[in-house]
Design a protein around this ligand. Sequence first.
Ligand code: SF4
Length: 307
Amino acid sequence: MIWTNEYNLPGPYAQWIMDDQYDHNPDPNHYSATELVQPVRMTILTRRHRDEIVKDVSKCIKMAMGTACHKGIERASSFEPSWDEDVNSEYGEIEIRHSAKFGDITVSGQVDWYSPADRLVTDWKFTSVWAVMNQVKEEWNRQLNIYAHLLRANDRPVDQLQVGATCTDWRKGEKLQYGDKYPPIMYMPKPIELWWPSTTNDFISAVLYKMKPLHNVPDDELPVCTAQERWLRGEEWAAKKKANKRASKVFKASEGETGADAWDYIKGQDKPDAWDVEYRPGSNVRCEDYCDVCEFCSFYKENIDDR
Ligand code: SF4
């Protein structure tokens, strides 16, 4: 990783961010849960180009805050509880790394908190209120279920999964506006569906199976991340009369609509030849703002970098 400091952040502050590094295992026969959860192209490009990735400290402040909070919780768990013994005083296991074998591959993951009494797995996340209130992200489902698998493989039964979310943009004013739909405090537990053990086993095996033949495949030929993996937002097809600037009807991917729906709509109009469909590509949020390896990705270079 090559760090830059474009905004000239103060030395100790920048150093704190640079210290906030993900501990990876370069062994080709070892994958972390995070690597299995993110898109395959991203994982392989990250492994190949880790030393060439250029990152500016200004873009990693939020990540550093999340890591600092994780470390704070871990440190505090070494103290004796300072409240009544009968009130939620069970610490369980905090930040323990577990692993399991899949043939010759080892999969590992560091579990934020495992409570043996409740057979509960918790992953702390520092995220927005809306990320918690909306539907659970598929990547959260996968990550927590991989942890459950690793725990079960190490004789720790699991009955419940949750994200322990700190909503960093929580506002009292918004609580008054949205009422019961809004978290009452800044912390909100979000239950995650526990898969059948065989489902998780199949999921992990399928990702490893997909990844195996790709090790010698050139960067540009790796399977491109899907629209869902790229967090594509705002893709639309506008059906409009050629003579008009404004669209008569807009079909949105976010509502399950496609370009074919727009063309069908046109076919039903008087004089369809006078109509056209304008494609509006939307934005690939992950590629644009949340992918460290975009510089090495042909999809990014061809579709986003030179827009
Ligand atoms: S830039 Fe986009 S398509 Fe390329 S690896 Fe990153 S997320 Fe995937």
